[in-house]
Ligand binder design. Structure first.
Ligand code: IPE
Ligand code: IPE
Ligand code: MG
Length: 240
């Protein structure tokens, strides 16, 4: 049974397997992403209903530009559809949406919808829903280094950088309300790797992998993985 008093504060999900799901059904990859978007909607809703404070989803990586133009524009088109259609529900549920990653370069229509969503939901105080979009952890770390250097040269900061200050320069830092490190990272579709996701932030995260392909991921599967998390013994290098 899920103990609602011991939920992870921050869950991060690598939503993988849309393409394989589509192939199994004899559908196009974009149809797979559409089904994945529906699954994501349910998981945002479930996270909000459970009272989880932060949910981060890996929606598009800095490496995903290598895919066909048709697939890439399909993914961004679906994103526009999601934020437009579901903005009202997100807002009613008091969800605050944030983007992790450089989304200034995504197609203009998708950027405009995202900007509207961020603006509409910015003062909400419920679940913080982070969408990792054109996100890559190495790019994020280098960006932090370069921003620290720029601030040092401008005289805005000085001296050696410590972990807490470094973290504030990441996408999960000041600009998005200082997101706590993920307690739990879930990856679907049977792959067991990070694929350039939250390398700094995952230092002490628990990992749960499932063979379920992302479009088949339901709130029931989600709850069973949260139960798995609750069976883990987190030690953070200490002894108990
Ligand atoms: C995850 O599904 C979604 C994105 C990476 C955008 P994939 O598209 O990677 O699905 P598979 O791994 O090919 O099955
Ligand atoms: C990771 O999945 C990125 C997202 C889920 C957005 P990929 O399917 O791109 O990762 P690899 O290529 O299998 O490592
Ligand atoms: Mg994949």
């Amino acid at each position: 049974m899920l103990d609602k008093g011991r939920l992870p504060r921050h869950v991060a999900i690598i939503m993988d397997g849309n393409g394989r799901w589509a192939k199994k059904q004899g559908l196009s990859r974009v149809k797979g992403h559409n089904a994945g978007m529906e699954a994501m909607k349910e998981i945002v809703r479930a996270s909000s209903d459970l009272g989880i404070q932060y949910l981060t989803v890996y929606a598009f990586s800095t490496e995903n530009w290598k895919r066909s133009q048709e697939e890439v524009s399909g993914i961004f088109g679906l994103l526009v559809k999601f934020v437009k259609l579901d903005l009202r529900e997100l807002d009613e549920k008091n969800v605050r949406v944030k983007v992790l990653g450089d989304y200034s370069v995504i197609p203009a229509a998708a950027k405009k919808s995202m900007d509207e969503t961020l603006e509409t939901t910015k003062d909400n105080t419920g679940l913080q829903f982070n969408i990792a979009l054109n996100y890559g952890s190495r790019a994020e770390i280098l960006r932090a280094v370069n921003r620290i250097q720029a601030d040092s040269l401008a005289g805005k900061r000085q001296g050696p950088v410590d972990e807490a200050e470094f973290a504030r320069y990441l996408y999960t830092g000041d600009e998005n309300g200082n997101v706590p490190d993920p307690d739990l990272i879930i990856r679907t579709s049977g792959e067991e790797r990070l694929s350039n996701f939250l390398l700094w932030q995952a230092a002490y995260s628990e990992f749960v992998f499932t063979d379920v392909l992302w479009p088949d991921f339901t709130p029931e599967v989600y709850e069973s993985l949260l139960e798995e998390y609750q069976r883990r013994d987190r030690r953070f290098g200490g002894r108990k």
